[in-house]
Design a binder for this molecule. Structure first.
Ligand code: SF4
Length: 408
Protein backbone atom coordinates (compact mmCIF):
# COMPACT_ATOMS: atom_id res chain seq x y z
CA UNK A 1 0.00 0.00 0.00
CA UNK A 2 1.30 3.43 -0.90
CA UNK A 3 1.03 6.04 1.82
CA UNK A 4 -0.59 9.33 0.78
CA UNK A 5 1.92 12.15 0.33
CA UNK A 6 2.41 14.37 3.35
CA UNK A 7 0.99 17.87 2.78
CA UNK A 8 3.47 20.66 2.15
CA UNK A 9 2.56 22.16 5.53
CA UNK A 10 0.01 21.56 8.19
CA UNK A 11 -0.77 24.20 10.77
CA UNK A 12 -2.41 23.04 13.99
CA UNK A 13 -1.35 25.72 16.44
CA UNK A 14 -2.09 28.95 14.64
CA UNK A 15 -0.01 30.89 12.16
CA UNK A 16 1.79 33.35 14.48
CA UNK A 17 -0.54 36.19 13.53
CA UNK A 18 -2.83 36.18 16.55
CA UNK A 19 -2.06 39.74 17.56
CA UNK A 20 -2.40 41.02 14.01
CA UNK A 21 -5.98 39.71 13.65
CA UNK A 22 -7.14 40.47 17.21
CA UNK A 23 -8.42 43.95 16.33
CA UNK A 24 -10.38 42.73 13.31
CA UNK A 25 -11.94 39.87 15.30
CA UNK A 26 -12.98 42.25 18.07
CA UNK A 27 -14.48 44.69 15.61
CA UNK A 28 -16.41 41.91 13.84
CA UNK A 29 -17.71 39.99 16.84
CA UNK A 30 -17.43 42.03 20.05
CA UNK A 31 -20.48 43.76 21.56
CA UNK A 32 -20.37 46.66 23.96
CA UNK A 33 -23.97 46.01 24.91
CA UNK A 34 -23.21 42.42 25.89
CA UNK A 35 -20.33 43.68 28.07
CA UNK A 36 -22.73 46.11 29.76
CA UNK A 37 -25.29 43.33 30.32
CA UNK A 38 -22.59 41.15 31.90
CA UNK A 39 -21.45 44.02 34.11
CA UNK A 40 -25.07 44.50 35.20
CA UNK A 41 -25.26 40.92 36.48
CA UNK A 42 -26.44 39.35 33.19
CA UNK A 43 -29.72 41.27 33.51
CA UNK A 44 -30.84 44.12 31.27
CA UNK A 45 -33.95 46.16 31.82
CA UNK A 46 -35.21 48.70 29.32
CA UNK A 47 -38.80 49.95 29.46
CA UNK A 48 -41.15 47.05 30.03
CA UNK A 49 -38.65 44.40 28.93
CA UNK A 50 -36.24 42.62 31.24
CA UNK A 51 -33.73 40.33 29.56
CA UNK A 52 -31.81 37.73 31.52
CA UNK A 53 -28.76 36.40 29.74
CA UNK A 54 -27.41 32.94 30.66
CA UNK A 55 -24.03 33.18 32.37
CA UNK A 56 -22.46 30.86 29.80
CA UNK A 57 -23.45 31.50 26.22
CA UNK A 58 -22.03 32.05 22.75
CA UNK A 59 -18.55 31.36 21.36
CA UNK A 60 -16.82 28.37 22.97
CA UNK A 61 -13.05 27.80 23.09
CA UNK A 62 -13.13 25.60 19.98
CA UNK A 63 -15.05 28.11 17.90
CA UNK A 64 -12.94 31.03 19.12
CA UNK A 65 -9.84 29.18 17.98
CA UNK A 66 -11.25 28.07 14.62
CA UNK A 67 -12.40 31.56 13.67
CA UNK A 68 -9.13 33.07 14.86
CA UNK A 69 -7.13 30.61 12.72
CA UNK A 70 -9.31 31.33 9.69
CA UNK A 71 -8.55 35.06 9.98
CA UNK A 72 -4.85 34.32 10.45
CA UNK A 73 -4.90 32.08 7.39
CA UNK A 74 -6.38 34.76 5.16
CA UNK A 75 -3.73 37.20 6.34
CA UNK A 76 -0.84 34.72 6.04
CA UNK A 77 -1.67 33.66 2.47
CA UNK A 78 -2.92 36.82 0.70
CA UNK A 79 -1.93 35.61 -2.78
CA UNK A 80 -3.10 32.00 -2.54
CA UNK A 81 -6.53 30.50 -2.88
CA UNK A 82 -7.91 29.72 0.58
CA UNK A 83 -10.75 27.21 1.04
CA UNK A 84 -12.81 25.84 3.88
CA UNK A 85 -13.95 22.24 3.53
CA UNK A 86 -17.38 23.31 4.82
CA UNK A 87 -18.86 25.90 7.17
CA UNK A 88 -16.22 26.87 9.74
CA UNK A 89 -18.92 26.78 12.42
CA UNK A 90 -22.72 26.74 12.24
CA UNK A 91 -23.27 30.44 12.22
CA UNK A 92 -24.46 32.28 9.10
CA UNK A 93 -22.94 35.67 10.00
CA UNK A 94 -19.47 34.24 10.64
CA UNK A 95 -19.52 32.14 7.45
CA UNK A 96 -20.65 35.14 5.39
CA UNK A 97 -17.88 37.24 6.87
CA UNK A 98 -15.30 34.65 5.81
CA UNK A 99 -16.80 34.44 2.31
CA UNK A 100 -16.55 38.21 2.03
CA UNK A 101 -12.87 38.03 2.97
CA UNK A 102 -12.31 35.82 -0.07
CA UNK A 103 -12.32 32.37 1.54
CA UNK A 104 -14.13 29.82 -0.65
CA UNK A 105 -16.20 26.86 0.55
CA UNK A 106 -15.55 23.43 -0.98
CA UNK A 107 -19.09 22.46 0.09
CA UNK A 108 -20.59 25.00 -2.34
CA UNK A 109 -22.18 23.40 -5.42
CA UNK A 110 -19.75 25.08 -7.83
CA UNK A 111 -16.61 24.03 -5.91
CA UNK A 112 -14.89 20.65 -5.79
CA UNK A 113 -11.92 19.03 -4.10
CA UNK A 114 -11.01 17.73 -7.58
CA UNK A 115 -10.04 21.28 -8.60
CA UNK A 116 -7.59 21.81 -5.75
CA UNK A 117 -3.89 22.16 -6.49
CA UNK A 118 -0.83 21.89 -4.26
CA UNK A 119 -0.51 25.69 -3.98
CA UNK A 120 -3.97 25.98 -2.36
CA UNK A 121 -4.61 26.39 1.34
CA UNK A 122 -7.46 24.45 2.96
CA UNK A 123 -8.89 25.12 6.41
CA UNK A 124 -10.43 22.20 8.28
CA UNK A 125 -13.29 23.37 10.54
CA UNK A 126 -13.71 22.81 14.27
CA UNK A 127 -15.85 19.70 13.61
CA UNK A 128 -12.98 17.98 11.75
CA UNK A 129 -13.34 16.06 8.48
CA UNK A 130 -13.76 12.41 7.61
CA UNK A 131 -10.72 10.18 7.20
CA UNK A 132 -11.49 9.87 3.47
CA UNK A 133 -11.64 13.66 3.02
CA UNK A 134 -8.35 14.13 4.85
CA UNK A 135 -6.67 11.49 2.69
CA UNK A 136 -7.97 13.25 -0.41
CA UNK A 137 -6.48 16.56 0.75
CA UNK A 138 -3.21 14.83 1.61
CA UNK A 139 -2.99 13.45 -1.91
CA UNK A 140 -3.33 16.92 -3.40
CA UNK A 141 -0.51 18.08 -1.15
CA UNK A 142 -2.04 21.49 -0.38
CA UNK A 143 -1.30 23.41 2.79
CA UNK A 144 -3.71 22.50 5.60
CA UNK A 145 -4.83 24.60 8.54
CA UNK A 146 -6.43 22.14 10.94
CA UNK A 147 -8.78 23.76 13.47
CA UNK A 148 -10.36 20.49 14.66
CA UNK A 149 -11.36 21.11 18.28
CA UNK A 150 -9.49 19.20 20.98
CA UNK A 151 -12.81 17.99 22.40
CA UNK A 152 -13.66 16.43 19.03
CA UNK A 153 -10.23 14.76 18.93
CA UNK A 154 -11.08 13.33 22.34
CA UNK A 155 -14.21 11.65 20.92
CA UNK A 156 -12.12 10.24 18.08
CA UNK A 157 -9.69 8.74 20.58
CA UNK A 158 -12.62 7.08 22.39
CA UNK A 159 -14.08 5.42 19.29
CA UNK A 160 -10.61 4.29 18.18
CA UNK A 161 -10.12 2.68 21.60
CA UNK A 162 -13.52 0.99 21.36
CA UNK A 163 -12.62 -0.36 17.93
CA UNK A 164 -9.17 -1.60 18.97
CA UNK A 165 -10.71 -3.42 21.96
CA UNK A 166 -13.40 -5.08 19.82
CA UNK A 167 -16.30 -2.85 20.92
CA UNK A 168 -18.76 -1.36 18.43
CA UNK A 169 -19.13 2.39 18.90
CA UNK A 170 -22.69 3.48 19.51
CA UNK A 171 -22.48 7.17 18.66
CA UNK A 172 -25.22 9.37 20.09
CA UNK A 173 -25.30 12.08 17.46
CA UNK A 174 -26.85 13.46 14.32
CA UNK A 175 -26.08 11.36 11.29
CA UNK A 176 -25.61 14.26 8.90
CA UNK A 177 -23.64 16.45 11.29
CA UNK A 178 -20.03 16.97 10.14
CA UNK A 179 -18.60 16.00 13.52
CA UNK A 180 -20.53 12.74 13.73
CA UNK A 181 -19.62 11.80 10.16
CA UNK A 182 -15.96 12.40 11.01
CA UNK A 183 -16.23 10.42 14.26
CA UNK A 184 -17.91 7.48 12.53
CA UNK A 185 -15.14 7.46 9.92
CA UNK A 186 -12.53 7.30 12.69
CA UNK A 187 -14.23 4.22 14.18
CA UNK A 188 -14.40 2.51 10.79
CA UNK A 189 -10.76 3.36 9.97
CA UNK A 190 -9.48 1.00 12.67
CA UNK A 191 -9.15 -2.54 11.36
CA UNK A 192 -12.44 -4.28 12.20
CA UNK A 193 -13.92 -1.07 13.65
CA UNK A 194 -17.72 -0.75 13.61
CA UNK A 195 -20.25 1.89 14.53
CA UNK A 196 -23.92 2.73 14.60
CA UNK A 197 -25.23 6.30 15.00
CA UNK A 198 -28.34 6.76 17.15
CA UNK A 199 -30.27 9.98 17.44
CA UNK A 200 -32.49 9.57 20.46
CA UNK A 201 -34.09 7.29 23.03
CA UNK A 202 -36.57 5.88 20.51
CA UNK A 203 -33.75 4.63 18.29
CA UNK A 204 -31.88 3.35 21.35
CA UNK A 205 -34.99 1.35 22.23
CA UNK A 206 -34.74 -0.50 18.91
CA UNK A 207 -31.02 -1.20 19.44
CA UNK A 208 -31.84 -2.55 22.92
CA UNK A 209 -34.59 -4.75 21.45
CA UNK A 210 -32.06 -6.26 19.05
CA UNK A 211 -29.62 -6.92 21.92
CA UNK A 212 -32.41 -8.61 23.89
CA UNK A 213 -33.43 -10.67 20.87
CA UNK A 214 -36.85 -8.99 20.64
CA UNK A 215 -36.12 -7.43 17.25
CA UNK A 216 -34.21 -8.88 14.33
CA UNK A 217 -31.76 -7.96 11.64
CA UNK A 218 -34.40 -6.69 9.23
CA UNK A 219 -35.89 -4.22 11.72
CA UNK A 220 -32.40 -2.98 12.60
CA UNK A 221 -31.41 -2.53 8.97
CA UNK A 222 -34.68 -0.77 8.12
CA UNK A 223 -33.85 1.84 10.75
CA UNK A 224 -30.05 2.06 10.56
CA UNK A 225 -29.02 1.07 7.03
CA UNK A 226 -27.45 4.49 6.44
CA UNK A 227 -26.32 4.91 10.03
CA UNK A 228 -24.02 1.93 10.54
CA UNK A 229 -20.64 0.80 9.24
CA UNK A 230 -20.45 -1.31 6.05
CA UNK A 231 -21.08 -5.01 6.65
CA UNK A 232 -22.72 -4.38 10.02
CA UNK A 233 -24.20 -7.54 11.52
CA UNK A 234 -26.50 -6.54 14.40
CA UNK A 235 -26.40 -9.95 16.06
CA UNK A 236 -22.60 -10.05 16.06
CA UNK A 237 -21.81 -6.34 16.36
CA UNK A 238 -24.13 -5.43 19.23
CA UNK A 239 -22.67 -7.94 21.67
CA UNK A 240 -19.98 -5.52 22.86
CA UNK A 241 -20.71 -1.81 22.58
CA UNK A 242 -19.06 1.40 23.70
CA UNK A 243 -21.04 4.64 23.89
CA UNK A 244 -19.68 7.94 22.61
CA UNK A 245 -21.47 11.26 22.09
CA UNK A 246 -21.30 13.98 19.53
CA UNK A 247 -19.86 16.77 21.68
CA UNK A 248 -22.95 18.98 21.45
CA UNK A 249 -25.74 16.61 22.43
CA UNK A 250 -28.19 17.10 25.28
CA UNK A 251 -26.53 15.72 28.40
CA UNK A 252 -29.75 14.43 30.00
CA UNK A 253 -30.60 12.52 26.82
CA UNK A 254 -27.11 11.00 26.58
CA UNK A 255 -27.31 9.85 30.19
CA UNK A 256 -30.74 8.27 29.56
CA UNK A 257 -29.44 6.49 26.45
CA UNK A 258 -26.41 5.15 28.31
CA UNK A 259 -28.64 3.86 31.09
CA UNK A 260 -30.93 2.10 28.61
CA UNK A 261 -28.02 0.24 27.02
CA UNK A 262 -26.39 -0.56 30.35
CA UNK A 263 -29.60 -2.08 31.74
CA UNK A 264 -30.11 -4.05 28.55
CA UNK A 265 -26.62 -5.50 28.72
CA UNK A 266 -27.17 -6.49 32.37
CA UNK A 267 -30.47 -8.12 31.45
CA UNK A 268 -28.87 -9.98 28.53
CA UNK A 269 -25.51 -11.04 29.99
CA UNK A 270 -25.82 -10.55 33.78
CA UNK A 271 -24.22 -7.88 36.00
CA UNK A 272 -20.91 -9.72 36.42
CA UNK A 273 -20.26 -9.61 32.67
CA UNK A 274 -21.24 -5.97 32.17
CA UNK A 275 -17.72 -4.63 31.56
CA UNK A 276 -17.21 -7.24 28.83
CA UNK A 277 -20.24 -5.95 26.95
CA UNK A 278 -20.65 -2.25 27.70
CA UNK A 279 -18.46 0.75 28.28
CA UNK A 280 -19.26 4.43 28.29
CA UNK A 281 -17.35 7.59 28.67
CA UNK A 282 -19.12 10.90 28.39
CA UNK A 283 -17.69 12.88 25.47
CA UNK A 284 -20.00 15.87 25.59
CA UNK A 285 -17.62 18.83 25.69
CA UNK A 286 -17.35 21.10 28.70
CA UNK A 287 -18.48 24.14 26.70
CA UNK A 288 -21.75 22.40 25.76
CA UNK A 289 -22.22 21.23 29.31
CA UNK A 290 -21.54 24.69 30.78
CA UNK A 291 -24.09 26.31 28.45
CA UNK A 292 -26.77 23.75 29.29
CA UNK A 293 -26.08 24.03 33.04
CA UNK A 294 -26.11 27.85 33.00
CA UNK A 295 -29.40 27.86 31.12
CA UNK A 296 -31.06 25.48 33.57
CA UNK A 297 -29.79 27.58 36.44
CA UNK A 298 -31.24 30.76 34.91
CA UNK A 299 -34.60 29.13 34.10
CA UNK A 300 -34.87 27.93 37.68
CA UNK A 301 -34.07 31.34 39.17
CA UNK A 302 -36.68 33.56 37.47
CA UNK A 303 -40.16 33.48 35.99
CA UNK A 304 -40.02 34.03 32.23
CA UNK A 305 -42.64 34.87 29.63
CA UNK A 306 -40.56 33.44 26.79
CA UNK A 307 -37.09 32.43 25.69
CA UNK A 308 -35.07 33.49 22.66
CA UNK A 309 -32.26 31.12 21.72
CA UNK A 310 -29.81 32.41 19.11
CA UNK A 311 -27.77 30.29 16.71
CA UNK A 312 -27.60 28.78 13.25
CA UNK A 313 -30.48 26.46 12.40
CA UNK A 314 -28.04 23.61 11.76
CA UNK A 315 -26.29 24.19 15.10
CA UNK A 316 -26.76 21.10 17.25
CA UNK A 317 -25.85 22.70 20.55
CA UNK A 318 -28.16 25.69 19.92
CA UNK A 319 -31.03 23.37 19.17
CA UNK A 320 -30.44 21.49 22.42
CA UNK A 321 -30.48 24.75 24.37
CA UNK A 322 -33.86 25.48 22.75
CA UNK A 323 -35.11 22.02 23.77
CA UNK A 324 -34.22 22.75 27.40
CA UNK A 325 -36.13 26.06 27.33
CA UNK A 326 -39.12 24.59 25.52
CA UNK A 327 -39.73 22.19 28.38
CA UNK A 328 -40.74 25.20 30.49
CA UNK A 329 -41.69 28.24 28.43
CA UNK A 330 -42.56 29.36 24.89
CA UNK A 331 -39.23 29.23 23.05
CA UNK A 332 -38.04 30.71 19.77
CA UNK A 333 -34.82 29.53 18.11
CA UNK A 334 -33.74 32.36 15.84
CA UNK A 335 -30.71 32.51 13.55
CA UNK A 336 -30.26 36.29 13.38
CA UNK A 337 -31.57 39.60 14.74
CA UNK A 338 -33.56 40.06 11.52
CA UNK A 339 -35.79 37.17 12.66
CA UNK A 340 -37.32 39.62 15.13
CA UNK A 341 -39.48 41.30 12.50
CA UNK A 342 -41.88 43.17 14.78
CA UNK A 343 -43.57 42.84 18.15
CA UNK A 344 -46.21 40.70 16.46
CA UNK A 345 -44.04 38.74 14.01
CA UNK A 346 -41.02 36.55 14.66
CA UNK A 347 -39.34 34.05 12.32
CA UNK A 348 -37.89 30.99 13.98
CA UNK A 349 -37.08 27.33 13.57
CA UNK A 350 -39.57 25.15 15.45
CA UNK A 351 -38.18 22.18 17.35
CA UNK A 352 -40.12 19.64 15.29
CA UNK A 353 -38.04 20.34 12.17
CA UNK A 354 -35.75 17.42 11.32
CA UNK A 355 -32.15 18.02 12.44
CA UNK A 356 -30.08 19.46 9.64
CA UNK A 357 -33.12 20.09 7.42
CA UNK A 358 -32.14 23.71 7.11
CA UNK A 359 -28.42 23.24 6.60
CA UNK A 360 -27.23 25.75 4.06
CA UNK A 361 -30.55 27.52 3.79
CA UNK A 362 -31.49 29.75 6.66
CA UNK A 363 -35.04 30.21 5.40
CA UNK A 364 -35.82 26.55 4.73
CA UNK A 365 -37.07 25.63 8.15
CA UNK A 366 -38.36 28.98 9.36
CA UNK A 367 -41.89 29.50 10.48
CA UNK A 368 -43.64 32.67 11.59
CA UNK A 369 -44.87 33.18 15.13
CA UNK A 370 -47.50 35.88 15.62
CA UNK A 371 -48.00 37.86 18.81
CA UNK A 372 -44.94 36.28 20.38
CA UNK A 373 -44.33 39.25 22.71
CA UNK A 374 -46.84 39.95 25.51
CA UNK A 375 -48.81 42.94 24.13
CA UNK A 376 -48.57 45.02 27.28
CA UNK A 377 -47.22 44.93 30.80
CA UNK A 378 -43.81 43.68 31.82
CA UNK A 379 -42.10 41.04 29.69
CA UNK A 380 -39.29 38.93 31.10
CA UNK A 381 -37.24 37.18 28.43
CA UNK A 382 -34.60 34.49 28.79
CA UNK A 383 -31.80 34.81 26.23
CA UNK A 384 -29.00 32.43 25.43
CA UNK A 385 -26.91 31.57 22.39
CA UNK A 386 -25.21 28.49 20.98
CA UNK A 387 -21.46 27.98 20.96
CA UNK A 388 -21.11 29.35 17.43
CA UNK A 389 -22.94 32.64 18.00
CA UNK A 390 -20.77 35.75 18.34
CA UNK A 391 -21.44 38.39 21.00
CA UNK A 392 -22.16 40.94 18.29
CA UNK A 393 -25.26 38.97 17.26
CA UNK A 394 -26.35 38.45 20.88
CA UNK A 395 -26.02 42.20 21.48
CA UNK A 396 -28.09 43.04 18.40
CA UNK A 397 -30.84 40.66 19.51
CA UNK A 398 -31.02 42.15 23.01
CA UNK A 399 -31.14 45.62 21.51
CA UNK A 400 -33.90 44.65 19.09
CA UNK A 401 -35.97 42.99 21.83
CA UNK A 402 -36.04 46.15 23.88
CA UNK A 403 -36.69 48.34 20.83
CA UNK A 404 -39.63 46.28 19.62
CA UNK A 405 -41.26 46.29 23.05
CA UNK A 406 -40.89 50.04 23.40
CA UNK A 407 -42.54 50.65 20.01
CA UNK A 408 -45.79 48.98 21.08
S1 SF4 B 1 -18.91 23.00 20.95
FE1 SF4 B 1 -17.35 21.87 22.13
S2 SF4 B 1 -16.45 20.44 20.65
FE2 SF4 B 1 -17.55 21.97 19.46
S3 SF4 B 1 -15.99 23.50 18.98
FE3 SF4 B 1 -16.99 24.17 20.87
S4 SF4 B 1 -15.70 23.35 22.52
FE4 SF4 B 1 -15.16 22.25 20.65
Amino acid sequence: MVNPPVPASIYRKGLDLKLQVAGELASDYHSQLVERVKDAGYRWQDGRVTVHLAREFGFCYGVDRAVDYAYQTRLRFPDQRVFLTDEIIHNPQVNNRLRNSGIRFLSDPDESTDNLVAEDVVIIPAFGVTVADLERLDRVGCTLVDTTCGSVLNVWRRVQEHARDGFTSVIHGKLRHEETRATASQAAAVNGGRYVVILDEAQTGLVCDVIRGKAGRQEFMDAFRDACSPGFDPERDLQRVGLANQTTMLMSESIAIGEMIRETMIARYGPAALTDHYRALDTICSATQDRQDALKQMLGAHRFDLAVVIGGYNSSNTRNLARICAQQIPTYHIAAPTCLVSATELRHQPLNVAPGASAGDERAAQTVARNWLPPDGDATIAVTAGASTPDSVVGEVIDKLTQLASRE
